[in-house]
Design a protein around this ligand. Sequence first.
Ligand SMILES: Nc1ncnc2c1ncn2[C@@H]1O[C@H](COP(=O)(O)OP(=O)(O)OP(=O)(O)O)[C@@H](O)[C@H]1O
Ligand SMILES: [Mg+2]
Length: 259
Amino acid sequence: MALLEVKDIKKKFDNTEVLKGIDLSLEKGEVLSIIGSSGSGKTTLLRCLNFLELADHGTITVDNKLIYDGDDPSFRDDKLIRKNRLNFGLVFQQFNLFPQYSVRDNLTLAAMLTASAEEKKDKKKLKDKLNDQADELLKRIGLYEKKDNYPCELSGGQQQRVAIARALMLTPDILCFDEPTSALDPELTKEVLKVIKDLKNSNNTMIVVTHEMDFAKNVSDKIIFMSGGRIEEYGTPSEIFDNPKSPVLRSFLNNALES
Ligand SMILES: Nc1ncnc2c1ncn2[C@@H]1O[C@H](COP(=O)(O)OP(=O)(O)OP(=O)(O)O)[C@@H](O)[C@H]1O
Ligand SMILES: [Mg+2]
């Protein structure tokens, strides 16, 4: 059984259907890249998986457990949504770090808030434990020496790596990235993509919306090409890049590889 099963996700804004029935499944440790032109619904799909938007229809199942059914209002309960959201981590294009907190506090803050009532009883013990976890992750991404710095004192690539570490603090089952490198220049892009590659090597399950065709080709197990709110084509990197079937995908790839 797949770690993530998504079935027939539909989402409308006003009267426009932006997602028209998305199905996908992902095994533990797999990387799925989502490519597609602007406005095709990639961000909306990630937002529906992270419950920043609630899909109008469709189901999301993680590790055999149904965590969302768009047709069942009981899944819209705020408390349940907050709990189920923890299955997913999301890293945005624009890092979104808290500017007023140090790098290390950026990592521990959300984990402090989501700790159990039992753990919150001893604040000092909890903080020490989370600081240790944060330091461990900062070492992994090569930024331990920046732990007391503020986000504005870091390069864009460093900020994005901190944002990735922050998402990992909550140990999500599936880590989602929305164009994590599109605000970065090529040198910084490389260091962020390396962190994502390392995460794959340590068996993290990830969904990456990306414009980096080389990354999609080399790191993904599966690729989805979205067009007009649907999955136009779905396959392995070699099926998508070496043998694209749909004319829309062919034309997208021609444009992407030219630029
Ligand atoms: N909150 C919203 N309200 C109304 N329309 C929205 C909203 N969010 C997205 N849309 C519309 O949904 C469509 C898909 O948007 P989405 O951001 O998912 O595209 P995308 O594939 O991520 O594009 P890009 O590559 O530019 O990031 C667009 O037409 C957009 O205008
Ligand atoms: Mg987008």
